[in-house]
Unconditional design. Structure first.
Length: 131
């Protein structure tokens, strides 16, 4: 399953906030991409890193559709509800009013593919990125 819709969604929102956007397609992994979004300039910086995939699942073990968020008894159920997807929501909230000129070093938001399985996103970063 492609992670590109999630990458594009994050990229669009971060670009509106002034981040420079780089999308890195993963060699040998059709439809898989990494996002490197940078706010500010200079050496060093802070990287906020997360992954865009979810743990492989067995639909037969779910009491509800894992592709739909379902609320039961005050809890949310669905793929990604207790993993990195909430991390990206927090990143978007934290960067809402952030401006590049207020930073002494760059802030880099990194979103990788396939952390839960092959690590292909992280491997691609080590081969072809400034990170």
């Amino acid at each position: 399953m492609s992670n590109r819709p999630v990458i594009d969604w994050l990229a669009e929102r971060l670009e509106r906030r002034g981040f420079d956007i780089e999308i890195q397609d993963i060699p040998g992994a059709a439809g898989k991409s990494n996002l490197i979004a940078t706010l500010g300039r200079g050496d060093g910086g802070l990287v906020l890193s997360g992954h865009t995939d979810t743990v492989p699942f067995d639909a037969g073990k779910w009491a509800s559709d894992p592709f739909q968020v379902t609320e039961r008894e005050g809890r949310l159920y669905g793929l990604g509800t207790a993993d990195m997807k909430s991390f990206f929501a927090l990143v978007l909230a934290a960067t809402q009013d952030l401006r590049a000129e207020s930073l002494r070093v760059p802030l880099i938001v990194l979103a990788t593919a396939d952390e839960e399985t092959s690590m292909s996103g992280a491997r691609a970063l080590t081969r072809g990125s400034r990170i």
